[in-house]
Design a protein around this ligand. Structure first.
Ligand code: FES
Length: 180
């Protein structure tokens, strides 16, 4: 794998992780309180960027600890391609802008049975998959997936790719994206 694709993966992973933690909120300025930072009053609570921290005694020291993060549900439908851009038998990876900022990768495939849309992130460790021959392949550790269902054809991944609803109308391909 090239250095640039590794770099892109690492920065994408950090962005995805931030997105997950913040529920898609823009990150903004660094929080004044972070998990593990010292605090003064046991039991005191503070909320920063949607994350609530509680001052706890950990091994004799008072430090901020974050409470479990609630991941917000995200569902939206977007026109991801013009119908003419997706030939029979072809696959395209589209970076779809989300309503809360940033983009999310969607793999769109047209076959005889219709159009399938899958999340681009490999279920092993999140590296983006790409069409290689007749399968979707993850370059990082070699997992393979079936492009019309997302089913695992070869590990180390054990879970199928996340599947989205896809429709075709008015000359466009629409995908309903959800974060689970
Ligand atoms: S991240 Fe895809 S196989 Fe490991």
């Amino acid at each position: 794998m090239s250095k640039s694709s590794r770099r892109a993966f690492i920065s994408g992973s950090i962005a995805s992780f931030t997105w997950l933690l913040t529920g898609g909120q823009a990150s903004g300025a660094a929080p004044a309180i972070t998990a593990g930072a010292p605090c003064k009053a046991k039991g005191r609570e503070r909320t920063v960027d949607g994350v609530t921290y509680v001052c706890r005694n950990v091994k004799g020291k008072l430090v901020w600890r974050s409470t479990p993060v609630e991941v917000k549900q995200l569902v939206f439908t977007a026109r991801v391609l013009e119908s003419s851009e997706l030939a029979l038998g072809s696959t395209k990876v589209v970076n779809v802008p989300t309503p809360i900022g940033g983009t999310t990768g969607v793999v769109v495939t047209r076959t005889d049975i219709g159009i399938t849309a899958l999340a681009v992130a490999c279920t092993h460790a999140g590296f983006p998959v790409a069409r290689v021959g007749k399968v979707l392949e993850c370059e990082l550790h070699g997992s393979k997936f079936e492009p019309t269902t997302g089913a695992v054809l070869g590990g180390p991944a054990v879970r199928p790719l996340l599947r989205y609803d896809a429709t075709e109308t008015n000359g466009g391909v629409y995908v309903t994206v959800t974060n689970g």
